[in-house]
Structure formats: C-alpha cells, structure tokens
Design a protein around this ligand. Structure first.
Ligand SMILES: [Zn+2]
Length: 278
C-alpha cells in the first residue's frame, strides 16, 4: 500500500532540539517531583531524584544505542488496514491516524540497520506511544522483514520490545503475528545468525509470549515490566495475592526468563559485548 508521508520522516537526527511548544517540566510518576525536561534527557530519561525509568520513544532508543551517523531506516512503507472495521471507544482508523500524527511513525515499530560500537546489525525498535506498542499485521510484517534483511546480509538481529501485546483492533490477524514472527525467527537459526531480544518497559502479552521470548540472548532493561496477563487479571483468576516484585525484570531474571538485567546506561556496551561474543 503506498503511503503519504515524506520518505525522510524517519531520519534520526542525533542533534535534534526538543520541540519548542512542549512543556519544560515533567512530573515523575514514581516520586512525584517536578523534573526539568532537559535534565531528564541528559540523564537518559531516568529520574535524577529517585532513579525511576521513563520509557523511551523508538527514536530516542535508537539514539541511545546506535553509533552516530550509522542508522539507515529500513522500515517498510506500509500501514494497517482496518479489516474488521473495528470500533471500540473510537474507530480503529481514527486511532491509527492519531497515533501516526503523534509519533510521526506508520505504526509502532522502526526497523533499520546500524552499528553498535562498530558491530553491524539489523534492529527493530517498538514505540509504546503508538497504541501501546501493540503488534498488529504491520508490526508482524516489519519484524519478519527485518529478520529477512538480517538473514540476507548475514547480520545479527536485535529486537527492542516495548509493547502491551497483540493489537485487539485487528483480532485474529494480530494473533497470527505471533506465529508469523516466530516462524521468521527460525530463518536466523538456519543461517546461524544471533537474535538478541531486549525487553524494556513493558514487554507483555502476545509479544512476550512470542518473538520477544525467543532470543538466543535475552536482556531486560532495569525497570522493565515482563509478563503475560496483568497482575489484576491473574490475582482475580487464581484468587491469590502476587509477590510485590512480580513481573519485574529482576523477577524475570530469577525465574530464568531473561539472561541479564541491565541498567539503561549500560545497555549499549552490554549489547556490544553480546554481539562481540557471537
Ligand atoms: Zn522520580
């Protein structure tokens, strides 16, 4: 499907200034302190007062991980159709348009190639602002095509998840993306290319239950929320109270779901170390 946006829209500008009309201060959800936005950015979007992690947009994540001047956008110019003509609080088409406008993305993922401390790779980065980073048919296709690109070029594939799961507005088509991405992942196995999955806040439901859990190495960013169903749903189902650290990155590490929990500041060198190893 041809698209309407400028081909240049995804250029990652490492020197980009903050939008002029945005608020200068943000309130930390964890400690309620007001933080000067510039200070927060300089601190890698971690609260300087209490250490709480603010989630990164896909572009911010790329800037924090990929070497300057090396990122090449490979996101396919496709956007979701509305096969179910879905309408909840508002029509899905409207939701899509709003998210596209807010994020300047076609959907909740950016795929590209670049370097991490001079290691070439293909990377796919999800953006939670776009309908909760949910995986519909476009996201599934972008992940699969990113994997195919990595396979063609003989490069490692890295997925940075930040997703609430499958996109309910596409129903069964969204659930099929779990199968699609899982099958695509096998191409890397056949080509003996590494797949590194990085779970960030949040990696849940259909994404956690498929592609995000299939890394050769799985890293979790500190502060990540990792799990399938939400705490409330589970507690109501099993009639038990869950431990306080349930679904935290540390909990996922203790249960063997992830291989390491990494601070945001150390994520780039840690990723480079893993790629170096392979
Ligand atoms: Zn704070």
């Amino acid at each position: 499907m041809p698209l309407f946006r400028d081909e240049e829209y995804l250029k990652v500008d490492f020197d980009e200034k903050q939008e002029k009309d945005e608020a200068l201060w943000v309130k930390c959800k964890s400690c309620s302190k007001l933080i000067f936005k510039k200070k927060l950015q300089e601190n890698n979007h971690i609260c300087p007062n209490c250490g709480a992690y603010f989630f990164l947009t896909a572009k911010e994540r790329i800037k924090s991980l990929i070497d300057r001047e090396t990122f090449v956008d490979e996101t396919k110019r496709i956007e979701s159709d509305d096969p179910l003509n879905f309408n909840d609080a508002k029509p899905y088409k409207e939701r899509l348009e709003e998210a596209q406008k807010e994020t300047e993305m076609f959907d909740s993922i950016i795929v590209g190639r670049g370097e991490v401390e001079e290691h070439l790779l293909v990377i796919a980065v999800m953006d939670f602002r776009f309908i909760g980073g949910s995986m519909g048919s476009v996201v599934g296709e972008q992940i699969a095509s990113g994997i195919e690109l990595a396979a063609e070029e003989g490069l490692p594939f890295v997925l940075i998840s930040s997703s609430g799961g499958a996109r309910m507005q596409e129903g069964l088509l969204s659930l099929m993306q779990m199968v699609k991405t899982t099958s695509a992942r096998e191409i890397l196995t056949h080509k003996q290319l590494p797949f590194v999955s990085v779970m960030t806040y949040p990696t849940t439901a259909g994404v956690e239950a498929s592609i995000a859990s299939l890394g050769d190495v799985t890293l979790a960013e500190k502060g990540a929320l990792i799990g399938f169903a939400g705490r409330k749903v589970i507690e109501e189902t099993i009639g038990e109270e869950l431990p306080a650290n349930f679904q935290s990155s540390k909990f996922a590490y203790e249960q063997g779901i992830v291989d390491a929990v990494v601070d945001r500041d150390n994520l780039k060198p840690e990723l480079a170390k893993v790629l170096e190893f392979f």
